[in-house]
Design a protein around this ligand. Sequence first.
Ligand SMILES: Cc1ncc(C[n+]2csc(CCOP(=O)(O)OP(=O)(O)O)c2C)c(N)n1
Ligand SMILES: [Mg+2]
Length: 328
Amino acid sequence: MPNPDTERILALYRTMHLIRTFEERVGVEMQKGNIYGSAHQSTGQEAVATGVVSQLRKTDYLFSNHRGHGHALAKGANPFAMWKELFGRAGGTCGGKGGSMHIADFSVGMLGANGIVADGATMAVGAAQAIRLLGEDRIVVAFIGDGTINRGPFSEALNWAKVYELPVLFVIEDNVYASTTLTKTVMAGQGVVARATAFGVPAINVDGNDVIAVSDVAATVVADVRASKGPRLLHATTYRVRGHLALDKMFYRDKKEIDDFMVHHEPIGKCRRWLTDHGTSASACDTIANEISATIERAVAEALAAPQPDARLAYTDVQDRGAPVWHG
Ligand SMILES: Cc1ncc(C[n+]2csc(CCOP(=O)(O)OP(=O)(O)O)c2C)c(N)n1
Ligand SMILES: [Mg+2]
């Protein structure tokens, strides 16, 4: 008899593949000089975005950070438009004017990546406050890096979210590094969960390399937030396989660390093992991977062939149109 969970796990497997294939191609296109600005890959971290977002509704809001491609893809952003954005082309998610660190797609609740470390946390709290004031039936999730929790706005966000018991889930995507620094060497106290608990925010650890575990734990915390029980924090431990930026040569770490992760903890292989152990054929898994490779191939080709944005649109979609006067 087929395992009742198989369809659900196959969907998680597909999303992780989409993110991995997208991110690995980012490295290739960066080397070729096709991507404007910087781009940060989330290779190795796919189970966190995939597992958490699997418990969200399209109408829920998501805030990302500088490493945001996976979050956007998991939330349903269109990879064709995302590639156009990375290449600075018309038809990109932000009209080709934002680039990797500003990908947003309001139609699926993806309210934006952003390059200012920790500001996703405070913006998420603002959105949660708006939801409360408007009486809307949705929640907010903010993906935050392990290094980011040492910035002041993170504490401010936790405090405000708890004081007003706002519908926000903070997901700490702990990939061990903050740029080139081992985060644990610059972090005081007893860790992420203890820090959240100090603010009265219930928090829980999860193996962020196990997409089924992330999805299952997220089901509980998302349900709590949805039931107006106030903010929650999920600390997902994972690993950043690539450098901080796509061009980072990673001189600050031993490559053995990466090999160890790929052999023992890598999330897509782990999920594939679950599937094949529970009756899915290897060829069915390969078909998913091949379909996704073909999609990314087409998306990249289409984006490279797309025109540059119309120069006359340079001052549209910006908050301040440049007039040197105060509009107070
Ligand atoms: C306010 C601010 N300070 C510094 C930076 C430079 N910076 C970009 S990413 C980063 C490290 C973030 O580490 P972490 O939160 O662990 O996220 P990860 O890159 O590992 O996903 C830093 C210091 C920034 N973008 N914004
Ligand atoms: Mg980190």
